[in-house]
Design a protein around this ligand. Sequence first.
Ligand code: AMP
Ligand code: GLY
Length: 424
Amino acid sequence: MKVLLVGSGGREHSLAWAVSRSKRLTKLYCAPGNAGIATLAECLDIDALDISGLCEAITRLGIDFVIVGPEAPLVAGLADRVSDMGIPVFGPSAAAAALEGSKGFMKDILAKYGIPTAEYQRFDEPDAAKEYIRAKNKPLVVKADGLAAGKGVILSHSVTEAYAAVDQIMVEEAFGGAGAEIVIEEFLEGEEASFFALCDGTRAIPLAGAQDHKQVHDGDHGPNTGGMGAYSPASVLDPAMTERVMREIITPTVEAMAKEGRPYTGVLFAGLMIGQAGPKVIEFNCRFGDPECQPIMMRLKSDALEMLLAAAKGELDRIKLEWDPRPALCVVMAANGYPGHYMKETVIEGVEAADKLDGVQVFHAGTARNDAGQLIATGGRVLGVTAIQPTVGDAQKLAYRAVDLIRWPEGFCRRDIGWRAVGR
Ligand code: AMP
Ligand code: GLY
């Protein structure tokens, strides 16, 4: 099979790594890819959002299967266009990707079908939103409706903070058109976890649980990022909780989407709050998590290409997944200054030595090669140093041993990835 993978992050490098071990693969292409992916695939200089450019390449190269990594092309309708060409695609249609593309749509589906989530209300103008905030008079979360690269969520501890959040999103338009509508919801208490299920339109099967570290500094301090590290499995998502999440959240959502005429295929990523009353949905994403995907792919023993293809073709009943029981843990190395302003094109050395350690994979995110052939940083999140070991503590030790072989003065990482699990 000739496969095209769309995207350029650490998530896509780990998908490329997993897919390239499949016996069914004859050739892997990636658009646009990065320096790590380029060791496994032929990279095409086409932006992930250039839908016409991607479709043209699919025809020209005779692609048999398309795997879409990021959400933006899915929300923009890439999977619809590829399906219309008669080619199987991993990733939901635009109508189904609305579960991530519109928080208001997602909340309405959950409410309509009785799926547990925070109590909420939608608003399209600030005055009514503020009236609601005044009446509630308790900590609330204010969210831009549309895609905002993970930044459109403001946790507000007081009425004044919540007013400011409404103004920032709706009046100052801090997230552009994504904030034309907002969702305001109650604060959820508990432990956060990421849950991934494969869906084929009518069925869902559990993949794995993971835990991300969203804040930039050790101890979960500082501003939110795309994710500074992750490990899988997550101990809060034990077999009993997994069964409960499937029964109370994932299966009803897949059934709801089918009933709504928006059958969901691909991976459904539920951001969950596990509290006293059980699991509640914080958000849905229509793609794998980054960096959660990296440890999950390292633990997957089954043929990744077969697995993704079965979801795309509505054949999940044929699939039985096998996992390495050992935990895997990914430490993200980011450019100094991230998630704010950071320097680009700084040189990174020592990645090969880190990669050679037994049980380690270094997945690239924002990397490229300069004219001299040196590895350089081109983004905020740059490397995902991932290790697999018999315990999460050992995986953490090995990941940091690998990190310490990498010489990159302009980069940093958190030093406590996995602290919850290691502490337990
Ligand atoms: P989201 O982009 O919706 O996942 O929100 C980003 C982060 O904000 C989440 O990972 C949570 O840590 C936090 N968050 C979002 N909604 C809530 C909520 N209702 N209660 C508590 N924390 C929340
Ligand atoms: N790591 C969280 C996300 O991919 O949204």
